[in-house]
Structures are given as C-alpha cells and as structure tokens.
Design a protein around this ligand. Structure first.
Ligand code: FES
Ligand code: FES
Length: 175
C-alpha cells in the first residue's frame, strides 16, 4: 500500500507492507536515519519521533496507521548550521552520548520544551524515563534540559527517580 504523510514539514509517500513500522519506513524508505532501531520493543526511546503532536516510539507504530499524519524526526529539529536550542544545549553541556540514544533524547526534550515549558526538574526526569542510556549518569543531559527550560537548577536525583533516592550519576549519590 502507499502511505502519504508529512515528515518534517514535507509531503512524503512510501510504499509499505502492512507489517512495517513507522521507524522502518522512516529509515529504509525515506532515508531518515536519525531515529534509531535499538530495542524495537518500545523500551529504549531511541526511535522517538513526534507523531501528530505526540511523542511516540516509532518502532511500535505501524506505518500504515500513520497515513495522513505529521511526523517530526530529529532531522526536522535543526542541523549543524541552525541547531535546535536543545541541540545547542547538548553541545554546551557535553550531553551528547552515542548516536543511538542521543537523537531520541533530543526529540523527547524538544517535545517537552514545546508542550511543557514550565516543566519542573521532576517533570524532566519523568519525561526522559523512556529514553534509556546505560552509559551515562544523565547529569549533563539534565543540565542541558535545565538550560533550555530556563531553569538554573537541574534538581536532584536520576531520571525516573524524582525522589532522588538512588545514584544520581556523574559519581554523585543523593541522600
Ligand atoms: S527502538 Fe523503539 S523503543 Fe527502542
Ligand atoms: S546508549 Fe548511547 S551512550 Fe549509552
């Protein structure tokens, strides 16, 4: 079947099979490889895109169900010459991790900034709880998030742990 959708503001069409995910079609049919195929089970957030205003794991969305939708991928946020504020903050704070986890983190934070500019540090942690990186303590990422949300303080506690009762990362342990 042919699916028509708007990707990063441009009308796109692709021939898809009924079982193919939006992630697969973005990467393999539309040559947009920013969203990554890591777990393919909705666990890691590396495939995060915005679909009709909602942050989704594109590995869990059937491409056929995206007919007529508006999709924003990390490529649509900015580039090296005109970066999105989240991308600039990642650079400034050394928050970029690997190419698998970083695009999803950037998309998730950009979505949060657009939809909840008043997000608290705890809200940021909750928003990023679905974006996994086993390699970082998230400290630099939270500092970048605090900057783009206009907060000076990233707050205490790790992602997904608003109470701050577990290791914060960056070698720090919160009470
Ligand atoms: S690849 Fe989609 S959530 Fe991990
Ligand atoms: S998964 Fe990307 S640096 Fe850890």
């Amino acid at each position: 079947m042919i699916v028509s959708l708007t990707v990063n503001g441009e009308p796109r069409t692709a021939e898809v099979a009924g079982f193919e995910s939006l992630l697969w079609v973005l990467r393999e049919r539309l040559d947009l490889r920013g969203a990554k195929d890591a777990c393919l089970q909705g666990e890691c957030g590396s495939c995060s895109v915005v679909l009709d205003g909602d942050l989704v794991c594109s590995c869990l969305v059937l491409a056929a169900d995206a007919e007529g939708a508006e999709v924003t991928t990390v490529e649509g946020l900015g580039d090296a010459t005109s970066p999105h504020p989240v991308q600039s903050a990642f650079v400034a704070h050394g928050a970029a991790q690997c190419g698998y986890c970083t695009p999803g983190l950037v998309v998730a934070l950009a979505h949060l900034r657009e939809n909840r500019p008043d997000a608290s540090p705890d809200d940021v942690r909750e928003a990023l709880a679905g974006n996994l990186c086993r390699c970082t303590g998230y400290g630099a990422i939270l500092r970048a998030a605090a900057e783009v949300l206009g907060r000076g303080d990233p707050g205490a506690g790790p992602v997904g742990d608003p109470d701050g009762t577990r290791s914060q990362g960056d070698g720090e342990v919160t009470p």
